[in-house]
Ligand binder design. Structure first.
Ligand code: KPL
Length: 304
């Protein structure tokens, strides 16, 4: 079926598994999508294998330079450290009242120079997706996605207007405290990712190995101290318990930072433990455990 005449056209900045997953589900409900990536490729036929369904979808991939259309709806799924540069590369194509949703780790969403009437939202997800090969995308774990307004203009508008435009196959929750959700994810990633790199281990070993577990507990205390200074709320007081739950649920995972290192890619560590250390410094708090892990990961990474 062709796209409905007035259905939105979503542009997706970042051609990774999560961006492609949203693209697939949008197409399933007959919304048009265009992926903006560093490489140009004509329309490609892909298949999505999901827990409840399996279907074909096509992916049109353009570079920022090739874009001609004005962008009304934009989803950003780049890595945190690529977010600002990627946004700047398509700024001139964004309409004055564009809807922009940033779905990624870290807090880079707060650095985007949006215009007054552009609506900026952030999202965080526990969906798991990966490419099995260059034609097959797997939605491995149906997770939960929290999404909420970042700038004043987005805060004024009713949630429904946005929610109706998003893939209905995903478990989406609109929330007004999205910053708090982003902080929770940041804290979990600060605890798990760098330690996983240090011990070159899967998430589960961080809690099953007694010596590593003690390091994780100490690290969580340091992160909780920063969260307490920022008055982020009681959830952060029991951070180790929350982190242990995630490590248990994802025990077989190789965390994304360790995966990046293994693949010779730039990691998100500066947007994770690096960001936390910067905030701590501005509050005159010492975070030696986070700092040491940050340096360890940087020493093991390709040039940042
Ligand atoms: O988000 C993750 C990551 O790997 O970046 C966790 C939750 C740690 C799962 O591996």
């Amino acid at each position: 079926m062709p796209p409905a005449q007035h259905s939105p056209h979503w542009h997706i900045l970042g051609a990774g598994a999560i961006g492609s997953l949203w693209s697939a589900y949008w197409q399933q409900q007959h919304f048009a999508t265009t992926v903006i990536s560093r490489r140009h490729s004509g329309p490609r036929q892909l298949e999505l294998i999901a827990p409840q369904s399996r279907f074909a979808f096509s992916q049109q991939q353009l570079t920022a330079v090739d874009l001609e259309q004005e962008i009304q709806q934009l989803l950003i799924t780049t890595k945190a450290h690529q977010c600002l540069a990627a946004f700047n590369s398509i700024q001139h194509r964004l309409s004055d009242d564009a809807v922009i949703v940033v779905l990624q780790n870290g807090m880079a969403v707060n650095t985007l120079p949006t215009r007054a009437q552009q609506r900026l939202y952030a999202a965080t997800t526990t969906d798991g997706a990966h490419f099995k090969n260059d034609k097959t995308l797997v939605h491995a774990g149906q997770g939960e996605t929290y999404l909420g307004p970042i700038n004043a203009y987005a805060k004024q508008l009713p949630a429904d207007a946005l929610m109706q435009q998003l893939p209905s196959a995903l478990h989406l929750h609109y929330c007004l405290d999205i910053e708090q959700r982003l902080w929770r994810k940041l804290a979990i990633n600060c605890a798990i990712n760098a330690l996983g790199v240090k011990y070159q281990c899967r998430n589960g070993e961080l809690i099953s190995n007694a010596a590593i577990r003690q390091e994780l507990i100490d690290l969580c205390q340091e992160i909780s101290m920063v969260a307490a200074a920022l008055e982020l709320g009681p959830w952060f007081d029991n951070l180790y318990q929350e982190v242990a739950k995630v490590a248990q649920l994802t025990h077989n995972n190789i965390n994304s930072t360790l995966q990046d290192i293994n693949q010779g890619k730039t990691t998100e560590i500066i947007a994770l433990n690096g960001y936390l250390c910067d905030i701590a410094k501005s509050l005159q708090l010492a975070t030696p455990l986070n700092q040491a892990l940050l340096e360890l990961v940087l020493a093991n990474s390709p040039a940042q």
